[in-house]
Ligand binder design. Structure first.
Ligand SMILES: *[C@@H]1O[C@H](CO)[C@@H](O)[C@H](O)[C@H]1NC(C)=O
Length: 446
């Protein structure tokens, strides 16, 4: 008699879920591969992030996009509980509530404020997930929609507003992550293969939206160039950054600004030198390099997730208040310590310092990989702030430390062991070292 062990049944079930036609969700799964990664080792890597400090650890969660106020030590940030807070002179205050905390994994998505910019009049322009693009008066706390987010834009209702930038004349450039995206099932867009993200331009005079680039695979960070001759958008799942030309001979055309990035690009912000800081929130090993080639695995994960949710949906009919929002998978995800587990498996975030033409000048990282889930870096005269889409607090680093081109002292450790007196040079930095018995000293950089 056939004796099916548990694993055999599991395999059969997996095969059924992955291959039986017609199971939800109904989206395409094809193999794809981003362009091969630029070799990180060949880039000027600097451990400039070793000197970050965490601020507001108990007070902010999921502060994706801090926006500096003037040039001082202060910023606004949107949190995953739907609040927008102001931080100035060491004090945090809530200035507006634009969404709500719906307890979803990765923090709330229910109107969660993601991208923030200050416009010329001191109001905040905010992309708030499924609530769209909002205007927030930080003095009064008033929140209003810039346009009806549930109405069709060139054939598709927007799905999820992620990031934005505002031009001098008030034009808003914003990213619609995906028109297929189910906000409670973000896996769909990550694992599916139906790129439907868009870069959209909103003209405040005509009050109309126009799609500049479509079919983007997870449209993410948005940034205008210094003189507004082009606008960039991160295509996270393909590990590249796209560009749309607004002025000049190529006006109206799009192209690939940077390709083969060694991670998934998130928000882009000015680097203060005419170029950009692009945060790579994740290295590309999992989502970028491997998962694309495995359509069946993607289909299996996504179908299982959807089936569990459907089952939870039917349970809900019999048990009122079974769960306020979301499905069984949400309960599971909220019960297990997602944050701890994710933190353990998350790869290091890195920051690319690039010039206006997309040339990588430096790769900023933490030598012990202590920065993960980072989403954006924004600079002011004294400090830079690094936001995170997941987890508590905001990182802060002095501009002088961010701008260093010198490796940190720990990198000289290997040399300490072998050499008595040396001067060691790397990336324009030299350390003069002295060895005497058990004592080693670095006299400094020259
Ligand atoms: C506003 O500025 C953008 C560049 O940010 C430009 O493309 C657009 O044509 C301008 N609109 C008007 C009405 O001048």
């Amino acid at each position: 008699m056939a004796n099916f062990h548990g694993t055999a049944w599991d395999r059969l079930l997996a095969v059924l879920i992955a291959f039986v036609p017609g199971l939800p969700p109904d989206i395409h799964f094809e193999a794809y591969e981003p362009s091969p990664s630029i070799d990180l080792e060949k880039l000027p890597i600097v451990n400039a992030l070793d000197k970050v400090e965490v601020i507001l650890e108990g007070e902010t969660s999921g502060a994706e996009s801090p926006t500096v106020i003037g040039q001082g030590d202060g910023f606004y940030a949107g949190l995953d509980n739907g609040q927008i807070v102001k931080y100035q002179n060491g004090i945090v205050s809530v200035v507006a509530q634009v969404g709500r905390d719906c307890g979803a994994p990765w923090g709330s998505v229910c109107g969660r404020p993601l991208g923030l910019r200050l416009d010329a009049s001191g109001k905040l322009v905010v992309s708030a997930a499924d609530r769209g693009v909002l205007i927030v008066d930080p003095k009064k706390g008033d929140v209003s929609s810039l346009f009806d987010f549930k109405s069709d834009i060139q054939g598709h209702v927007p799905g999820f507003a992620d990031d934005l930038d505002v031009g001098q004349n008030g034009t808003v450039y914003w990213s619609d992550v995906s028109t297929n995206l189910d906000v409670m099932n973000p896996l769909k867009d990550l694992l599916g293969n139906d790129p439907s993200g868009r870069l959209v331009e909103y003209d405040p005079k005509t009050k109309r939206n126009k799609v500049l680039i479509d079919a983007i695979h997870f449209a993410n960070g948005v940034q205008l160039s210094e003189n507004e001759d082009f606008v960039l958008v991160s295509e996270s799942i393909r590990c590249r950054v796209l560009r749309y030309h607004l002025k000049g001979p190529k006006a109206g055309q799009k192209d690939v600004f940077m390709d083969g990035l060694p991670g998934l690009p998130d928000n882009i912000r000015p680097n203060g030198k005419g170029g950009f800081y692009i945060v790579l929130s994740e290295p590309r090993q999992f989502l970028g390099d491997n998962i694309g080639k495995l359509p069946t695995v993607r289909k299996l994960i996504l179908r299982t997730h959807t089936l569990v949710d459907l089952m939870a949906g039917s349970l809900k009919r019999f048990i009122p208040d079974f769960v306020d929002f979301g499905g069984l998978s949400q309960i599971v995800l909220n019960t297990i310590p997602v944050q701890k587990i994710s933190a353990a498996i998350a790869g290091p975030s890195r920051i690319l310092d690039v010039d206006a033409a997309g040339k990588i000048l430096r790769v900023l990282q933490h030598s012990e990989n202590k920065i993960s889930f980072a989403s954006q870096i924004v600079i002011s005269s004294k400090y830079a702030y690094i936001g995170r889409f997941f987890g508590n607090g905001i990182w802060r680093i002095k501009m002088s430390d961010l701008n260093t081109e010198c490796p940190t002292l720990s990198e000289f450790d290997d040399h300490r062991k072998t050499l008595e007196i040396m001067d060691y040079c790397d990336h324009k930095c030299c350390a003069l070292m002295f060895y005497a018995g058990d004592m080693t000293d670095i006299f400094g950089y020259i």
